[in-house]
Design a protein around this ligand. Structure first.
Ligand SMILES: [Zn+2]
Length: 184
């Protein structure tokens, strides 16, 4: 594994820019552009001589300098992987035990439903109502407390974090709900 030096970090940037140029338009291309921008902006941070030293992630190849809380830093350094790979590995493991709410390649979580008259400002998406259809069972979930967990990197979609739900628009959702409740 090469060390993080001016040359290897610039090689990484050049390689990623070439990948970016050849990618089809879409969210995964946006994610790659964010990575390039992040590494470019933090170039001097990665090249710093002070501890902790930077390394290239063994999983995705991205440079990383692990200045995180111990909960993340310890396993990251041990495995020589970046924060994103550590985070998404944890999420992948959780998903394998209990399938997550995923639609359109984005991870979500569902918080407790608000009580009647409760203020909306502490709720996900400002308390907006979501109608989610479970792909495997067709079961409908209605929630007013949905939280976004971020775009799933392509390699983690490939590792099994596929969509588990479909988001219905409010009209479809209300219709579906009426059917479920036997009102139609
Ligand atoms: Zn990584």
């Amino acid at each position: 594994m090469s060390q993080v030096t001016e040359r290897t970090i610039d090689d990484w940037l050049a390689e990623k820019r070439a990948v970016f140029a050849n990618m089809p338009e879409g969210r995964q291309k946006v994610l790659v552009s964010r990575d390039i921008d992040h590494v470019h902006r933090n170039r001097s941070f990665y090249l710093s001589q002070s501890e902790p030293a930077a390394y290239f992630c063994k999983e995705c190849g991205k440079p990383e300098r692990p200045t995180y809380v111990a909960e993340f830093q310890v396993p990251m350094v041990e495995k020589q992987i970046c924060f994103a790979c550590e985070l998404w590995n944890q999420r992948l493991n959780e998903h394998k035990v209990k399938p997550s709410v995923i639609f359109n390649g984005v991870l979500y979580s569902i918080g407790p439903e608000p009580k009647k008259g409760e203020r909306c400002d502490g709720l996900g998406f400002g308390g907006a109502t979501w109608y989610l259809k479970h792909l495997a069972s067709g079961r409908l979930i209605v929630t007013s407390n949905l939280w976004c967990g971020g775009d799933i990197p392509q390699e983690f979609i490939d590792k099994g974090m596929h969509d588990t739900y479909q988001s219905l628009n409010p009209l479809e959702g209300k219709l579906e709900l009426s059917l479920v409740e036997g009102k139609l």
